[in-house]
Design a protein around this ligand. Structure first.
Ligand SMILES: *Cc1c(COP(=O)(O)O)cnc(C)c1O
Length: 302
């Protein structure tokens, strides 16, 4: 059983804020991607499969976690990467260098092929010669991934009024909704505009004690503003908790903003899931730096 600690962070306008430190489960294997991979990798081991095959963008937390964990479990992994920009590039970004160092076989495919995933020409021809494999979807949000996310909440967590969670595909929040209590409300903060998100979550859970808060997307996935970077830096200064710019930073910005503007309507005692993802800071900083923009302070001893 994987366990993480709850950290009481602050009380603002009468609202008590606690953060579940899923990002600290382990020095290397942390966050919701670990939760989602747990039962998937166990399946690959149990069935004696030769390889894990999965998908992601060049900064993907999921690819990163898959490479590290499959390496640890001695299962070769293959990552199909969105876009061919880095194909012949000797120098990968931080995420992909770590994937490579952990033995992941990186295959760059065009964005149009990437859209089709398993049914693209490249992946199909790869699978022709490699069929004893486990294919894990982008982000790891299949049934086994959600099963892993059902283990995020423990008994104590069922006493909070509200639980906040960032959203990409919606797999993590589904696991949390599934094991929450009826009188709790689960609030999801998406990091990208996705018209079918609600429908997707409804397809994965029958429960209805959840809402989506769409006001803190900051222009889209992997987009950040100077205000957000500033918030992340101040948050670390004040609470010594490092947020990632893609998911947890946007969510916490949103929660603090709503509380400060007296727009928080979901109870006095809230639990926020820190889903990890800090590896993405390094790549984001490379991008921000090259544009001459404010970067995220990465603590030296992190
Ligand atoms: C992938 C990811 C999410 C989103 O999880 P989904 O299950 O895809 O909704 C949230 N936070 C972090 C840090 C992530 O890496």
């Amino acid at each position: 059983m994987i366990n993480s600690n709850n950290q009481l962070v602050d009380k603002i306008n009468g609202i008590t804020i606690t953060i579940k430190r899923e990002d600290l489960i382990d020095d290397y294997f942390s966050g919701n991607k670990l939760r989602k991979l747990k039962y998937n990798l166990q399946k690959a081991k149990d069935l004696g499969l030769d390889k894990i095959i999965t998908f992601g963008g060049p900064f993907s937390n999921h690819l990163y976690a898959t490479a590290l964990l499959s390496n640890k479990l001695n299962i070769p992994s293959v990552g199909f990467i969105r876009g061919e920009e880095l194909k012949n590039n000797e120098k990968y970004n931080h995420t992909l260098s770590i994937c490579k160092m952990n033995g992941m076989d990186l295959k760059f495919i065009s964005r149009s092929s990437y859209k089709h995933k398993e049914s693209s020409f490249e992946v199909k021809s790869y699978l022709k010669n490699n069929n004893n494999v486990l294919i894990i979807p982008e982000g790891g949000s299949n049934e086994l991934g959600i099963k892993g996310c059902k283990e995020i909440l423990n008994e104590i967590d069922l006493s909070f009024d509200a639980i906040c969670c960032p959203i990409g595909t919606g797999g993590t929040i589904t696991g949390i909704i599934e094991c929450s209590k009826k009188n709790q409300i689960i609030i999801g903060f998406p990091s990208l505009m996705n018209q079918s998100l609600k429908k997707n979550i409804r397809n994965m859970t029958k429960k209805s004690n959840w809402i989506i808060q769409n006001d803190y997307i900051f222009g889209g996935y992997a987009k950040v503003s100077e205000e957000l970077v500033d918030f992340i830096n101040n948050f670390y200064k004040k609470y010594k908790i490092l947020l990632d710019p893609i998911y947890t930073g946007k969510m916490l910005f949103g929660i603090f903003d709503l509380i400060k503007k007296n727009k928080w309507n979901w109870g006095k005692n809230i639990l926020i899931i820190h889903t990890g993802g800090q590896q993405g800071i390094i790549g984001m900083n490379q991008k921000l730096f090259s544009k001459g923009k404010l970067i995220i302070n990465f603590p030296e001893n992190y």
